[in-house]
Write a protein that binds this ligand. Structure first.
Ligand code: PLP
Length: 373
């Protein structure tokens, strides 16, 4: 019997538009000196990893022939102690993105509804599409671009959604929902619906009304909190993130988790990073200084951007993003155009070091006018 010339995935898989990383491979190949590029496209930490994490990871390489502890016992225990929860309330992922994926795989099936923000982190959509979910995205408040939690709760209740994904702060807008808004949401949402609150940028947020969602979990709300070592801890390459949620929920997730989903190197680096509060504090302070600096410089130039509590800013250059992206790249600055979201003149720009930010501003100042094609 002859094999079909094309072995096809189901329609719902073929409809997925694969994730486009902020640093295309061809760019990596053509640019021999990456250090010369200002990497402002992926919200990485421009100050790097904690030296203690690098040392722990390097030492661990000597045991590269051994499988890791698949359950990540030590890191989970240390995270649990830091958060004031039981170790069984913590799950590890190959980046927090993998936890998004596993949550969809475990709890959502054909045609069930998943609710998210229209301009939310793209992984929610990809993972929901991969399990053939019905995706309902809710527009944020016009102007402020803050997530409209009341409408999200109403929509989720009406559709009997399985999961609501909320990023706080949100990527790509940098906006956040407050403790008061979140309390209103939990008062309205059907408690049978799981709410996943992604706090990938938690450590950057210093605002008094910014909610720590682990408190909601402790209060018995049906919520999972996602956090990561990829951002302020500067370990994006090692792929390690974690979720905090009910042990019963994680026990079910075990059914779909690959046995060794996080590496030994990532686990020990995570432990060391967690213990290095000084590195986190320094990165938080520098990010705040540089975000304020960039904001002031944008104001001076009349460039519009959204107020952000994270390590990136959503900036509207009022010219087609595809072309401004190319022009900035020619000057060695890599940013993330948001035309894929329908935000055709906007970019998401990571807050860099002062040197990087000055290069960005210089490149913006030299943009030549472009028009819609
Ligand atoms: C809101 C949000 N969640 C999750 C992630 C993914 O993080 P990780 O590297 O842990 O998979 C990102 C990365 O950009 C993000 O912006």
């Amino acid at each position: 019997m002859r094999r079909d010339s094309r072995f096809l995935a189901p329609d719902y898989v073929r409809r997925i538009v694969p994730y486009r990383p902020g640093r295309p491979t061809d760019l990596l190949c053509s640019c021999s000196n990456l250090d010369e590029l200002c990497l402002l496209a992926s919200n990485e930490n421009p100050y790097g990893s904690s030296a203690r994490a690098i040392e722990a990871a390097s030492t661990c390489l000597g045991k590269a022939h051994l499988y890791p502890d698949g359950g990540g016992y030590q890191l989970r225990t240390e995270l649990a102690a830091a958060l004031g929860v039981a170790p069984e309330a913590v799950a590890l992922g190959n980046g927090s993105a993998e936890l998004v994926d596993m949550l969809c795989k475990t709890f959502v099936t054909d045609g069930q509804c998943v609710v998210m923000s229209r301009y939310g982190f793209v992984q929610y959509r990809l993972s929901a599409q991969a399990v053939n979910a019905e995706i309902v995205d809710v527009a944020p408040f016009a102007g402020s671009m803050v997530d409209d939690l009341a409408t999200m709760a109403e929509t989720a209740n009406a559709r009997q959604a399985r999961i609501v994904f909320i990023a706080n702060p949100n990527n790509p807008t940098g906006t956040y929902v407050t403790r008061e808004q979140l309390d209103g949401y939990f008062a309205a949402i059907d408690p049978r619906i799981l709410t996943v609150i992604d706090q990938a940028y938690f450590e950057y947020a210093g605002e008094a009304d910014y909610p720590d969602v682990v408190d909601d979990l402790k209060a018995g709300r049906n919520v999972v909190v996602l956090r990561t070592f990829s951002k302020i801890h500067g370990l994006a390459a090692l792929r390690i993130g974690y979720g905090v949620g009910s042990p019963d929920l994680w026990a079910q997730l075990e059914c779909v988790r690959l046995p060794f989903n996080t590496s030994a190197i990532a686990q020990v680096a995570g432990q060391a990073a967690l213990a290095d509060g000084a590195h986190v504090e320094r990165c938080r302070r520098l990010n705040l200084e540089e975000r304020t600096y960039l904001g002031a410089e944008f104001d001076r130039r009349g460039i519009s951007y959204l107020p952000s509590i994270a390590n990136f800013l959503m900036v509207d250059l009022h010219m087609p993003a595809k072309q401004t992206f190319e022009q900035l790249l020619q000057r060695g600055v890599l940013v993330r155009p948001l035309d894929g979201y329908g935000l055709s003149t906007c970019h998401r720009i990571t807050v860099g070091t002062r040197v990087q930010n000055e290069r960005l501003l210089m490149a913006i100042d030299r943009l030549s006018p472009v028009h819609d094609e």
